[in-house]
Every structure is written in C-alpha cells, then in structure tokens.
Design a protein around this ligand. Structure first.
Ligand code: PEP
Length: 255
C-alpha cells in the first residue's frame, strides 16, 4: 500500500504562499519519495496550486457540497474542485463537524459526491478528549465510519483519517500503542464492511504530526499515511517529514 502524506492548510494561505507549494513540488520531484504527496490549500489557491504543482504533487480541497450545482451560496461542488485541478478532498474534518454542524449523513453525501466526481475522499473521524476519557474511542470510530463512509466505496476512492480531536494542533499525540490499537480496530471495521477493498483502504493518522515524530508514527501497523496541519504550511517542515519517512523506509541514516 502506498503511503499518503497529505497537508491540510485550513484557512491559511495567500497567493504569496504558493511559493511553498512550488518548493514542496520541486523537492518531491527531485527526491521521488515512496509516497503520494498531497497539499490541500484554501479553495482560492487550488487552480494556481495545481498548475504550479504540475502533477509533481497532488492538490486537493478541504470540503465540498454534495450537490453538483445549485443555489448554495458560498459552497463549492466536487465538480468545481475537480475542474480547478483537485484530485482529492478532505471531508468531515472535526473543524467542519464541530464548527459547521456536519453530521455523518452529510459527510457520507459529500463522500458520494467525491466518488461521483473521481476525487479521492479523505474522510476524517476522531474522538474528543472526553470520549477518550470515557473509553469510547473505538465505538466513536465505529459509529463515524458506519455513518460517514458510504456503501461500495473502494480503496482507490477512499482514505480514512483518524484524527483524535485532542491531538489536533495541540502538540499532544497518542502513544504508538494507542494509535496501533485504534488503527487496528478501524482496519477491522473496514474489512468487515468492504472486504478486500477495506483491507486496501489507507488509514491516515492526523494530529500534531511533525518531523520529530513522523517516522515513529508512520511505522505503526495500519498507519498508511498522515494528515498534517501546522507542519504542512512551510515547505521546510513538510519536506523534512517526507525526507525522514523516505530515509526511515530505506533504513538509511535520518536527515
Ligand atoms: C489537522 O487539522 O488535520 C491536523 C492534523 O492539524 P495539526 O497537524 O496541526 O495537528
């Protein structure tokens, strides 16, 4: 399974920051890491970013509407993202679930739109600190996968991003053992629901991934990539993660 290292820029990035994308794309073209590299900038930058990236890295959106077009002021369809040059879209990020009231049903409808359009749907799930404290992590992940990932999704169309809410932007991460437990559980649910496709779906970890912990996290069984917020904004930070992953995989000295 090919690792996916994805950056989520959230609401960060003006035209000047396209230089970071150029720099990441150039580094990836030069080093050819054994991973798919994706940056999801704000929608305003997707078309320019895709042009600049010139297929050296993939460009994605951070959300889409479930409908193709219509009277939905301020929204963007999956078709619009695709038309701008995106090949993937993050869906159901906790900041959208919490800040925009997105339910599992809404996320599933958006995932169907991504599928209809040929965008890789990166469907985010994750438990809050209090759910974790109450021992509900595994059940929350099961419920969110059941509700947010539509029937018949394939591995080529879908990645799951497990992002504990308490780890996003906090500098805290679960232990390697905790990540292994949750990702093993997620794998079990995916296989239960999607059979061999579920076995091949990538499960990303997200939440305070940075150069200093990336190798350890990416080496955990059933961690097939990372969704990275803060450390994806600067090419120096993001490139370091890619380099460390590539060197670790090759068994060579770490940069
Ligand atoms: C995210 O928002 O998806 C995320 C993982 O952020 P950070 O890496 O900054 O914790």
């Amino acid at each position: 399974m090919r690792t996916l290292i994805a950056g989520n820029w959230k609401m960060h990035g003006l035209i000047a920051q396209l230089a970071e994308i150029e720099s990441i794309a150039a580094a990836v073209a030069a080093s050819r890491p054994p991973a798919d590299i994706l940056i999801c900038p704000p929608a305003t930058l997707i078309a320019r970013a895709a042009q600049l990236a010139d297929r050296r890295i993939a460009i994605g959106g951070q959300d889409c509407h479930s409908e193709t077009a219509g009277a939905f002021t301020g929204d963007l369809s999956a078709e619009m993202l695709r038309d701008s040059g995106a090949s993937a879209v993050i869906l159901g990020h906790s900041e959208r679930r919490q800040g925009h009231g997105e339910t599992d049903v809404i996320v599933a409808a958006k995932a169907n739109a991504a599928r209809r359009t040929g965008l890789l749907a990166i469907i985010c799930i994750g438990e809050t600190q209090s759910q974790r404290g109450d021992g509900q992590t595994l059940q929350v992940c099961r419920d969110q996968i059941t509700g947010s990932v539509p029937e018949r999704m394939t591995a080529a169309e879908t990645a799951i991003a497990h992002e504990p809410l308490w780890a996003i932007g906090t500098g805290h991460t679960p232990t390697a053992g905790e990540i292994a437990d949750v990702h093993g559980h997620i794998r079990g649910i995916l296989v239960e629901r999607f059979g061999s496709e579920g076995k091949a779906m990538r499960i990303l970890y997200g939440g305070s991934v940075k150069a200093s912990n990336a190798l350890q996290i990416l080496a955990i069984p059933d961690v097939n990539g990372a969704l990275i917020g803060g450390a994806s904004l600067k090419s120096a930070d993001f490139d370091a993660i890619i380099r460390i992953f590539a060197a670790g995989l090759a068994g060579g000295p770490l940069p």
